[in-house]
Design a protein around this ligand. Sequence first.
Ligand SMILES: NC(=O)c1ccc[n+]([C@@H]2O[C@H](COP(=O)([O-])OP(=O)(O)OC[C@H]3O[C@@H](n4cnc5c(N)ncnc54)[C@H](OP(=O)(O)O)[C@@H]3O)[C@@H](O)[C@H]2O)c1
Length: 399
Amino acid sequence: MSQPSLTLGAFGNGCVGQGFLELLNANGGTAAHVKHVCVKERGRERSIGNATLTYEALDILGDDQVRAIVELTNDPVLALDVIKHALNTGRNAITASKRVVAENLAELIALQRTTGQSLLYEASCAASIPVLRALETHFSGEEVLRIDGILNGTTNYILTKAQEEKISPAEALRQAQEAGFAEADPSSDLSGTDSRYKLVILIAHAFGTIVRPSSILCHGIEGLNAGDLAFGAPNGWSLRLIASAYRSTDGLVAHVLPTFVRSNDAFAFVRNEYNAVRIEGANSGTHLLQGKGAGKLPTGLAVLSDVQQLIRGGGYGYAKVNEQAPVLSGGERRLEVYARIPATHQELLARFDAVRPIDDSKEFVRVTGTIVLDELRALLGEGRDGFQVIALPHLSAKC
Ligand SMILES: NC(=O)c1ccc[n+]([C@@H]2O[C@H](COP(=O)([O-])OP(=O)(O)OC[C@H]3O[C@@H](n4cnc5c(N)ncnc54)[C@H](OP(=O)(O)O)[C@@H]3O)[C@@H](O)[C@H]2O)c1
């Protein structure tokens, strides 16, 4: 017997909203339909199939036939509001917003537990890569030791182009914007903030630890120059923006850092707008998931996949979110790094150990050395122009 079609209300009809609707309407096998689409700007031409267009959230939230909402706007205030409203009124919800999920994860998990409703957000984390589903199902009975990800397509595109075509990161950004891979305001991508939101989500599902985004050390690529990139070349190293979380004797260590990877590291082959996630299990070894981390149809597919999961029944189990979850470390861990230090601030060298000079100029001193994570966090917080750190390849990188 065929099941009744799930009635959805969609918020947003931009890049992801259009991709989702296109795939839903093309997929005769999905027992769901969108009854309303809520957008912001009046008078824009839209292709929304049989759905009704509205500019009022209440047209969706007040319709009892709507059993789940699909939140695909770029308005985090509206997004949190409609997600909470949906859960509180006995509906399930889906969102693509990493920011909303990462900044409100504890509250959103608690709300799901008290209401018995589900919030799914596969698209929020590496878009088309089904990593949350994998963590929730396959890895729910596995102790995850480490998770690393290239989680931002814009920065990976810039780093790949800059390195392979020997152009400056600024020129690579310009090309990425022209090709439609980078937004007009790419600051959240370049600063690593976008990757950090996704890391917060991965950490919850991989380790069960709920952390505030601001508690994770994050250094982006906005200050990177061609000389930094060139440092890896003689060793065949590629530069990637990597979000990492791993168990250590001090607890859970987490950071987002530009990182050199060796030429035989699987991450070296993750190029342009592609994303990848590497999961290391205590019993199962190393796994690599790779796919498109952004874009209309790849992201739309992740949303459609969440709709299908709702139809099958059941949201995330959050099996690891309990008192046994590891606590975020205080940051005593030491990292081996490349550092470019402004010549006017050579006193910063004293904060590194095992320092080995690379070269110096009128503008910069460049060294490799080790630094304690907390010290690095403090140094980055001092906001010195011209200071750039890149993590050196970590010993266990493989796969
Ligand atoms: N783009 C990607 O590749 C990608 C990948 C993963 C996750 N995401 C996430 O997916 C979400 C949507 O991204 P997007 O790229 O599709 O954004 P977008 O192209 O800028 O579209 C945003 C949509 O939200 C609507 N909107 C904004 N404020 C609204 C409001 N107050 N009420 C109703 N509708 C409102 C806009 O309406 P109008 O059409 O009227 O302007 C537009 O349709 C974001 O959370 C983003 O982080 C995007």
